[in-house]
Each structure stands twice: as structure tokens, then as C-alpha cells.
Design a protein around this ligand. Sequence first.
Ligand code: CA
Length: 289
Amino acid sequence: MIMNTGFRIRQMCCLLDHSEKFVIQSAAATGTGSRRRRNEDHYYADPDGRVFIVADGMGGTSGGERASQLAVDSLSQSMSVLADDGSATDADVMCAIRDAFAAANADIIREARRDVRYCRMGTTAVVALLVGPRLYIASIGDSRAYLVRHHRIRQLTVDHTWSQALVDAGVISPADALRHKMRNVLCKYLGTVELGEGPDVQSVDLEDGDQILLSTDGITSVLDERLILEIVDSSVRPADAATRLLQAARRNNATDDVTCVVLGVDASAPEACTRPDDALERDLLTIGN
Ligand code: CA
């Protein structure tokens, strides 16, 4: 089996335009799993620093890759419009996020019906949308969002897997779920006519020093919360955290594709970006193991 030896990382920072002058720094990293020929994960990191997405595709030859790309394209477009609407209420934003997921789901189903190569495709999606000082988190599938605050980590999302459903029903314990044969089987994803109530949506009022991680299960299946906390909490910049998370996943024999987006809230250095147009963006780098 050939191990893909590089991953891409992107870093930017952006002034959050409100009275507290937070700077949101972000970095994204992605790499192909050791048992994969194609990377079926995609991510989006908005140049304006307000929309971040991670998606993990599945299904058929190139279906997974196509599904996660479609989700990222559709959701990023809808979310960017939403981020620009300064007059939206909390309920408006949550409703619009659900509509955006429904539209992305319809896009994927339409493409799957149009081209037989994509007939079995689907994807997870986890989104972080910044509206003022509030961060909205929406997810479907088993890609996760975590909040690291005051040296503690909290998983913000719930996996839409059959094993998690059994935990919620009190049938098995969380420890049993880690080894359960249905732990990777999704009960909800984008690309299905049975979307149900759609994504879980919640909001977080950001604080200085907060770090947010969006991640596919390529990382979370091989790194436990304690290790993720240790890495994110001890990293000076989001780019360091993203790099170290991917390296640690590979050291732990990640066979799946690995993708993460890390956000850092920093109120101490607003001069780093004087306005959103000054977003610092590094070229895509290829970094060896
Ligand atoms: Ca995966």
C-alpha cells in the first residue's frame, strides 16, 4: 500500500467586524488516507473568514469525491449570502442554514440521478458560520466540531451513526459504541431522500482564546479527545494545530482521508489584520511527513 506523503495546508486571518475586534485565524489541512487512491474529503475556508466547511464523501469510484465537492460548493455559496445579512435574527439564521443543507442535498441527488457513476454517492458536512460574534455550527453525518476553551475540549456535534443512535436509545454504552460494527454506518447524510429534520444546528458565543476544530472521521477515529485537546491547546497558531493533527493521525495509522479546519479567536492582535481585505493567506504548501 502506498502512503500519500503530502498534505495541503492553508492559513489565513481575518478581522471580525464588531466592537470587540477579534481576529479569527484559520488553517485547513487535508491528506489522502493510506488505503485510498483519491481524497474523498473536501473543505472550504472563506477568504473573509466567516464560512468554514468540512465534508467527507462516500460511494462508488469517484462518487465520494464528487459528493463532498458538491456539498462544499453549494453550502459555501448559501452560507456566504447568509453571513452578509447583518439584519438576520438567530431564528432566521438557523432556518436559513437548514434550507442551505436541503438545497445541497437536492444538488447531490440531482447529480446522482443524472450520472450513473454517482448513483450511490453521499457526504457528511459540518459547517461553522460566523455572524457577528456568534458562531453557528451545523452538521449532518459523522464529521465533527469541537470547541477548545480554557484547556478543555467539548464535542459540539453528535455523530449521525447507527452506533450513536443505539447509545442515545440506551441500548449500548458510549464505550461499546467505539467498537460497534455499526460505528461507521451513517443514519443521516447529504444525498438521501430521507433527510428527516436535516442538520443539527446550534450557536456558540465566541470568547477570546477559543479554538474550533472541524474534522472528518479520518482524524477522530484514530485520535481521542484527550490527544486532540493536547495538540490543539499546545499549538500557537491554527496552522500548527492543523499540521500536528494530520501528522498525529498518520502516526496512528490513519487509513482514511484526513481533513481538518482549525479556527482561533484572538482579541490580543487585531492589528494583524486591519480589515478583512488584508486577510493573510499563504500559498498552498505541500509538506512532507
Ligand atoms: Ca472518512
